[in-house]
Design a binder for this molecule. Structure first.
Ligand code: FUC
Length: 733
């Protein structure tokens, strides 16, 4: 039964089980590939993930390294001090090594250096979420495939060869915290406890075919196997629940159960189940914006990146990056699990940059900008799960803070410091309006999905609570306008009242709350109150050189290249300013954005995507495209990871969102098709992008004009669509 099902699935999905013989130029548009093993973890190794556990595959010949993570392996706690240094950090879990046997040389010394290697290739196949490594050595063709399975909850690695009995070597499992690895029949494992008491364990189990396995010096030695499948599962006792002090059951039992279940399935079945699950998300969107010349397409990805940087055209590399953002989000943000952190899920250090934390002044938000529009709404949910689970400690921290004391003595709601961990702990300066920015994500999930249960039970209560916080904390100026007191335009300028970033975000919150209340038909009186507050907020201002002011004081410097474009929030991801509704302000926003330039501090992983989306909203396709090229040219690593520097994942997620914004927009009450299509993409097709109002959009275009489009929704509905500059009212199918 199992096997028949498997065969059907394999045939149905057309899974590439043997993609090795590839003609030059026939590279899949959805594959990253290289002709050398990775040496540098962040720049060259290739990421896999099941939404919760993941790994980086190096593709070594003599010694394959698979560095792995679990998104809950964190030090730290509730951190009442708010001191960033004590907030804790995301930790490396460890490594799995597969090593070829050392060969005796003429001198008789054993050494790992041996025969010549030919036909080397390593790849990451985004269409199947599988990493593959192949090479020929001593007359044997070796093949290693790895994937991280969401349905089976573990990482699966298969090492096979084209000649029977040719898989020999050692398998090692090493923890990143000096644990002792134990061996028991075909199993390696280690366990430990972090300084905060978090318990963790990792298990690797070998399933050999043919040959022998024996334990030796804490490692397993394979001799003359036809192939071996390694199942790898890390886990912790983290529970996303403050009432349980963020701890649950010790991980061992669950890991062993998963191992047993997976060990009973043939590799092909594990693979088919994984691919079916993954493609259920990944295949929803397809994108073509042009054809890459065959000679360029045939190059390894790192060489293609170089050619692109030299000014070459490679539209398929652009769509590869677009899909890579979707791939990465599926790989690191699925229920049950934590949301994508600064490095997504992938971390090889116990002291990662910025603790690999959740940064609330742009980074974590950007991670999720593409979730809805790129048709991965489910991947947005771990972010909301984390927010909900942290509310208790965040309320407590807010109540205890000097900054938020009120005259009545009562503190309602919560807000955030710039960084946070997974135990309710906050770190560094307060980023007061981050609460409202988080609220935007909750609203947007509803706006795209129209999931009323979600709106009622999850989004609305949080939006209302954050409105109450701001009701209590806005300050009235002598002229009656309301301002956010003593705030900071992220990492730029003085702390003062009425900073544009904060004003715009609170406007966005109030507006989202009002719409949410209207949809649910609740809280009329409170809605009237919030509407009045919104209309009194000090609004965006145009300054002395025609720019959109970053502060109430007109002090913007036209030469400023600061990386943050916080005062343009109202254009994207907000919707207070638009070309159609507020043309003067939109013009001023363009002046500010142009002045920020693209040099110096403006070159960061996340700056290009934000500016790309901003230009897309401002209706400037060539500028938007310049930002796509800028990211490729200045802030991508050979494995196409965003580079802040160092490696930071926001740029990958952000560029997917921004490219989508060039193709479809739906923030202004209509579905705008190809609102910012650059000359570089004259002909193309996109399917599966989402628009607000639970719509799915397909567009074909030729010579820059829409030639065909289809808007679908679960039931027929009337929507306004802007097509080739003309607004039409259509009924969806
Ligand atoms: C914000 C940014 C930095 C960096 C850090 C992780 O503070 O200003 O550029 O991305 O987050």
């Amino acid at each position: 039964m199992c096997r028949r099902l498997l065969l059907a699935v394999v045939l149905f999905l057309g899974i590439q089980l043997a993609p090795s013989a590839r003609a030059a130029g026939a590279e899949s548009a959805e594959t990253l590939w290289y002709d050398k093993p990775a040496r540098v973890w962040s720049a060259e190794a290739l990421p896999l993930g099941n939404g919760h556990i993941g790994c980086m595959v190096f593709g070594g010949v003599e010694r394959e390294r698979i560095q792995f993570n679990d998104d809950s392996l964190w030090t730290g706690d509730e951190n009442p001090s708010g001191d960033y240094g004590r907030m804790g950090a995301y930790q490396n879990f460890g490594d799995l090594f597969l090593e070829l046997p050392a060969r005796p040389q003429a001198s008789g010394n054993a050494t790992a250096e041996s025969g010549a290697v030919a036909g080397y290739r390593r790849e990451l196949d985004l269409a199947a979420a599988v990493a593959r490594v192949e090479f020929q050595k001593d007359g044997v063709r070796h093949r290693r495939e790895a994937f991280a399975s969401h349905p089976d909850g573990l990482i699966v690695v298969r090492w096979s060869a084209d000649k029977p009995g040719s898989v020999s070597g050692t398998v090692e499992l090493k923890g990143a915290h000096r644990e002792r690895t134990t061996t028991e029949s075909n199993t390696l494992s280690f366990r430990g406890e972090l300084t905060n008491g978090l318990r963790y364990e990792a298990i690797a189990r070998l399933l050999p075919r043919g040959g022998t396995v024996r334990a030796e010096n804490g490692r397993l030695t394979l001799q003359g196997c036809d192939e071996v499948v390694v199942l790898l599962a890390p886990g912790t006792d983290y529970a996303m629940d403050a009432t349980k002090l963020f701890r649950g059951a010790a991980p061992g039992e669950g890991l062993r159960r998963r191992m047993e279940q997976a060990a009973a399935c043939p590799f092909a079945e594990l693979l088919a189940r994984h691919v079916r699950d993954y493609q259920g998300l990944y295949r929803r969107v397809s994108l073509r914006v042009g054809e890459t010349p065959a000679a360029v397409r045939a190059l390894p990805t790192d060489q293609r990146l170089k050619a692109y940087r030299d000014g070459g055209a490679d539209p398929e590399l652009e769509t590869l990056l677009f899909q890579y953002g979707r791939y990465l989000l599926i790989a690191c943000s699925r229920r049950p699990g934590l949301p994508a952190n600064l490095q997504g899920l992938w971390n090889d250090s116990n002291r990662p940059p910025w603790s690999s934390d959740y940064h609330a002044n742009i980074n974590v938000q950007m991670n999720y900008w593409g979730a809805e529009v790129a048709n991965l709404g489910e991947c947005h949910l771990p972010f909301f799960d984390l927010i909900q689970s942290q509310l208790g400690p965040w309320r407590k921290a807010t109540e205890a803070a000097r900054e938020f004391k009120t005259e009545s003595g009562r503190v309602r709601g919560w807000t955030l410091r710039t960084s946070h961990n997974i135990f309710g702990g906050l770190g560094w300066k307060w980023d007061k309006t981050a609460n409202a920015w988080y609220g935007q994500h909750l609203w947007e999930h509803y706006a795209f999905s129209e999931d009323k249960e979600f709106l009622k039970n999850v989004a609305y209560p949080i939006l209302k609570e954050v409105c109450e916080f701001w009701e209590d904390h806005l300050k009235a100026l002598p002229d009656g306008r309301l301002v956010v007191p003593k705030c900071w335009s992220p990492e730029h300028g003085p702390e003062e009242d009425g900073v544009s970033y904060s004003q715009q975000i609170v406007w966005d919150l109030f507006n989202n709350y009002l719409q949410a209340g209207e949809v649910l038909g609740v809280d009329d009186a409170y809605r009237a109150k919030v509407a009045a507050l919104r209309d009194k907020l000090a609004g965006p201002q145009i300054g002395r050189w025609g720019q959109l002011q970053e502060w109430m004081t007109d002090r913007d410097d036209p030469k400023d290249q600061h990386r943050h474009t916080s005062h343009l929030f109202a254009v994207y991801p907000g919707r207070q300013i638009s070309v159609a509704k507020t043309p003067e302000l939109a013009k001023a926003a363009a002046v500010s954005l142009e002045a920020r330039g693209t040099a110096g501090d403006s070159r960061r992983s996340w700056t290009w995507p934000w500016r790309c989306a901003l230009w897309a909203r401002l209706g400037n396709p060539e500028k938007a495209y310049e930002m796509v090229r800028g990211l490729f040219t200045h802030n991508l690593l050979p494995n196409l990871f965003g580079n802040h520097p160092p490696f930071q994942m926001d740029g990958n997620f952000g560029i997917t969102a921004a490219m989508a914004e060039m193709l479809v927009q739906s923030h202004a009450g209509e579905i705008d098709l190809l609102p910012a299509l650059p000359k570089a993409w004259p002909n193309g097709k996109v399917t599966g992008l989402r628009a607000r109002g639970n719509c799915t959009v397909e567009i074909e275009w030729q010579n820059g004009k829409v030639t065909n489009y289809r808007i679908t929704s679960p039931g027929p509905r009337t929507v306004k669509v802007r097509v080739n500059g003309e607004v039409k009212t259509v009924t969806t199918s």
